[in-house]
Write a protein that binds this ligand. Structure first.
Ligand code: ZN
Length: 247
């Protein structure tokens, strides 16, 4: 293929802008803020689940406490009834008297035990309450952090998209200056060879594959006419000569 040396050099400008577009697109896809947003969303969701479980525990303990308190009330009421009977002098049989006194003593012991149960449930309820409050604080902190990272991500996206838009604009202008057949070859090679279709021959080295050309290859290139479109023997990309080629 033949192409004006100036057109061949224009291909290097196109390659540069294409590489920049590729880099910016990659950067947009792999923003660290995106990973961080996902992590924080997961954390907020976990914390909300834990808070819901803590609220359920709290409800269970509320019921448990009310039940324990009502058990205490029942025992206390029965002991009071027994005491009233005793004090009213209604019981005359010594055997019945003894039974009643023994029941009152046993009800007092039972009441003490049940009051301990109430205290123990209240302690567990306080701990559950504190856990619930702690989780709520953690959720608020994680949500605030998430919001800050989302803002940072949006700002980064806006910057990169602005750079991308100007790079694409430049690409449009540069590619319009490259002859169609040369552009087609470049496009095909770029798709084939990892985004690089044209490379500069720089001081005897192909910038595409970074390999130094042999003396024989350089000799052939010196012989070639300036409008001959050359290809690297190693990576097959279009090899563009400039004043820095070292020929
Ligand atoms: Zn090469």
């Amino acid at each position: 293929m033949k192409a004006e040396p100036a057109d061949q050099k224009r291909l290097l400008d196109l390659q540069e802008v294409d590489s920049r577009i590729r880099l910016l697109t990659h950067r947009l896809r792999t923003l660290p803020e995106t990973v961080e947003v996902q992590r924080l969303e997961g954390r907020v969701s976990e914390l909300r689940d834990a808070k819901a479980a803590a609220a359920t525990r709290l409800g269970d303990l509320d019921r448990e406490q009310r039940k324990a308190e009502s058990d205490v009330d029942q025992v206390r009421a029965r002991a009071e009834r027994d005491n009233q009977r005793l004090n009213a002098g209604q019981v005359s049989s010594p055997k019945e008297l003894e039974r009643l006194q023994s029941e009152i003593a046993s009800l007092h012991r039972r009441q003490t035990e049940l009051e301990e149960v109430v205290l123990e449930v209240m302690e567990r309820r306080e701990a559950a309450d504190a856990e619930h409050a702690r989780l709520q604080k953690e959720i608020e902190a994680a949500e605030a952090e998430l919001e800050a990272v989302e803002e940072r991500r949006s700002a980064a996206v806006v910057d990169i998209e602005a750079d991308l838009a100007s790079a694409k604009d430049r690409r449009g202008r540069v590619s319009a200056e490259v002859p169609e057949d040369l552009l087609a070859l470049y496009t095909k090679l770029r798709a084939q060879y990892d985004g690089i279709g044209a490379a500069m021959l720089r001081y005897g080295r192909c910038e595409g594959c970074k390999l130094a050309l042999s003396t024989a290859e350089l000799g052939q290139i010196r012989q070639a006419s300036a409008d001959e479109v050359l290809r690297c023997e190693d990576c097959r990309r279009i090899l563009v000569r400039t004043t820095e080629s070292g020929l």
